[in-house]
Write a protein that binds this ligand. Structure first.
Ligand code: ZN
Length: 185
């Protein structure tokens, strides 16, 4: 299975409106397997289809590395979200540090709701509803944003943005070194 190159900031596909997936989407099982492999190769915990150049409503998550050994019960393994819709957000928000495979070497704190409820289709197109909190909720919200053309840096204030601007410029110019395959090279 091939590792797919990851589209980096500021490729237009990362800002595109994504299309819902249908069951007859060609080679979907293989695409999902490739997305997991690509995600693991770059040590990511989530990957959205626009990040591999496909403006479709699909993302993969495996947040297990975010948890300690004694948090075994929080580990959900590999999760596939197709045509997802976050149906409710909890009232309480917290800041957590986020990064993004499409914006290498940039990390910053983002305020988001702790708890969400999300409805989606799994890899077999079965309808699912999940309540999530903690790191899993955080990763899901980040990937869900990718399907709306939103990046985590969009939440940063102008001061924080100015601090990371030179890194963003070098990613955009393709002059940034990264140890996994990306577009542009
Ligand atoms: Zn991301």
């Amino acid at each position: 299975m091939p590792i797919l190159p990851i589209v980096t900031f500021n490729d237009a596909v990362l800002r595109e409106k994504t299309k819902p997936l249908t069951k007859d989407y060609p080679n979907l099982k293989k695409l999902i397997a490739d997305m997991f492999e690509t995600m693991y190769n770059s040590h990511g915990v989530g990957l959205a289809a626009p990040q591999i150049g496909l403006p479709i409503q699909l993302f993969t998550v495996n947040a297990d590395p975010m948890f300690e050994d004694d948090e075994e019960d929080l580990k959900m393994g590999e999760l596939v979200f197709i045509n997802p819709k976050i149906t409710s957000y909890g009232d309480q928000k917290i800041p957590l540090e986020e990064g993004c495979l499409s914006i290498p070497d940039v990390r910053d704190r983002v305020f988001r709701p702790i708890e969400i409820t999300i409805s989606y289709l799994d890899a077999n197109f079965n309808e699912q509803t999940m309540k999530a909190d903690g790191w899993l909720s955080r990763v899901i919200q980040h990937e869900y944003d990718h399907l709306q053309g939103v990046l985590f840096i969009d939440y940063l204030g102008s001061f924080r943005k100015r601090i990371i601007q030179s890194k963003l410029d070098s990613i955009e110019n393709g002059t940034f070194l990264v140890d996994y395959p990306v577009v542009p090279k």
